[in-house]
Design a protein. Sequence first.
Length: 467
Amino acid sequence: MTEYDAASEGGNTSAVYEVINPATEDVVRSVALTSAEETDAAITRAQAAYPAWRAVSPGDRARLLRRFADAVDADIENLAQLEVANSGHTIGNARWEAGNVRDVLTYYSASPERLNGTQIPVSGGVNMTFHEPLGVVGVIVPWNFPMPIAGWGFAPALAAGNTVVLKPAELTPLTAIRLGELAREAGIPSDVFQVLPGKGSVVGQRFVDHPAVRKVVFTGSTEVGKQIMAGCAAQVKRVTLELGGKNANIVFADADLEKAAATAPYGVFDNAGQDCCARSLILVQTSVYDRFMELLEPAVRGVVVGDPRLEVTEMGPLISAGHHAKVSSYVDDSTPVAFRGSAPAGPGYWFAPTVVTPPDLRHPLASDEIFGPVVAVVPFADEADAVTMANHTEYGLSGSIWTRDVGRAFRVARGVEAGNLSVNSHSSVRYWTPFGGFKQSGLGRELGPDALDAFTETKNVFISTEE
């Protein structure tokens, strides 16, 4: 993506970005960036729209969200094709992601009519609680999953009665812009849900600094998350943070090794490894390490990397030239590469699936969030060793455990410091269950029944009945 000054060409916007298709390096579209002044104006409009949106009856707000979901459903193929060009996602993944936005909207459309408080027994009167919306919510979306992560923020926020200003990543704004159009077509008032393409240092910073924004939802790097948290602290502003991950895939000797090895590539190479939940550290019990590696090699070489528009493609390109350079910096002639898959030559930010064998967990290959299709495989001795090794990182977002022993599965799951764990599976996200991290992988929970509380304040009201 490149930036240029439109004012010199007679435009009214100071900056325009060219969105680059990462599979072809062709320009997809030029997008005007929102300035700080335009961001402030949008926040002011959202603040002005808040009282009326909050006052919409629960049934009517639910109906509008269902209409929004229906509009997304009718546009799934268009959204998916747009995402393929926008971010290089495979067409199969992109269709799932658009469908996830629809499903999350449908799920939270049931919330306005079920936003129940409680009646608490007290002496001398009646005590009750209410879940009150916060006001204006700022949602900052990353480039790796532009559609679903946007929906995880705006759907519960709108359902709870908040207005939303949403900033897509500079690299991938196109599907967010389309979702804003669909919201208006569905009848969501234009100032209730606004999409503001722009730089994080401009639009995102105004979300943090502007006193009318009562909460910031951010998904991205731990480094930036810390900066946002520090900025919000100045106003005691609420935050939800979903940050980095270096997630372990723990394979015990009693596991179904064939299945564990066959599925391992898809636990890390999905979306070219650009996933905070990627299982980029595989821990294998020493007694089966060699056999696991024998099984893993054909599985990795079999990953179909290529044109993301094709139905058969399983992995597309990295997002940008800059990110390709970052990932490539981890793999050079001195890197202990066990084996690699294949990737296309020519235009596009392609990187072959790569398996490395670092000497220990202190090595950057085993400790850094590379955020690309590079997976480290390291042996472990026993159950206690596996838990210790999985917990060596500052992150704690996700992970997998492969074993036939149910007791071990529970023990290890309770011992690993991560917010989302799967046994004999690599599934991290279901929209009806909570999602979030431990340690420096973030604060708060998205999705599931927990998310709605994150967009409300609990108000306690006591009514005296004494004469």
